[in-house]
Design a protein around this ligand. Structure first.
Ligand SMILES: [Zn+2]
Length: 156
């Protein structure tokens, strides 16, 4: 999850005029959509107590499919038209980076388009969580939190 914020800050380094808040919201935009979509019954998730990661994303085609990720990226970028093309491209890339970074981590629950039969995802998160000893998992989370704090404070 923290990798998405790193992606936003990497885009900021390339296009300093792009508002940091827009990049950080942009990288999480697909997840921001997911919450209201579940509440509205457009998408579905199931809580799975005792089974890592504790939930199953049953239908996230409208927030997280490849095609809709492109659509959300374009719409989000369009909201920054008055900032110029480089900023539009930067915030659009920030939104689309979410799909690219979810792809290796998610199980195959990322549709190519809404209601597509084909779903992608390499399941790396599940593999890490089931193969790493608990101490290693806690260490990885602690390191990610530290890296995020450093990035946000601008320290190396
Ligand atoms: Zn996501």
């Amino acid at each position: 999850m923290w990798d998405i914020f790193a992606a936003g800050l990497a885009v900021k380094a390339q296009v300093p005029r792009a508002p940091t808040w827009a990049l950080l919201i942009g990288v999480g935009f697909l997840d921001i959509l997911f919450g209201p979509f579940v509440l509205a019954g457009i998408e579905r998730a199931t809580v799975t107590p005792g089974v890592s990661p504790g939930f199953s994303l049953d239908y996230i085609d409208w927030s997280h499919s490849l095609a809709m990720s492109l659509v959300w990226s374009i719409l989000f970028a369009a909201a920054f038209a008055r900032h110029g093309r480089p900023v539009m491209v930067a915030v659009g890339l920030a939104v689309f980076s979410h799909f690219l970074l979810d792809l290796p981590m998610h199980p195959p629950d990322l549709a190519l388009w809404p209601d597509s039969a084909a779903h992608v995802g390499f399941g790396l998160w599940q593999k890490l969580m089931t193969t790493l000893p608990p101490a290693c998992r806690a260490s990885r989370v602690a390191h990610r939190l530290r890296d995020l704090a450093r990035a946000l404070m601008g320290t190396p």
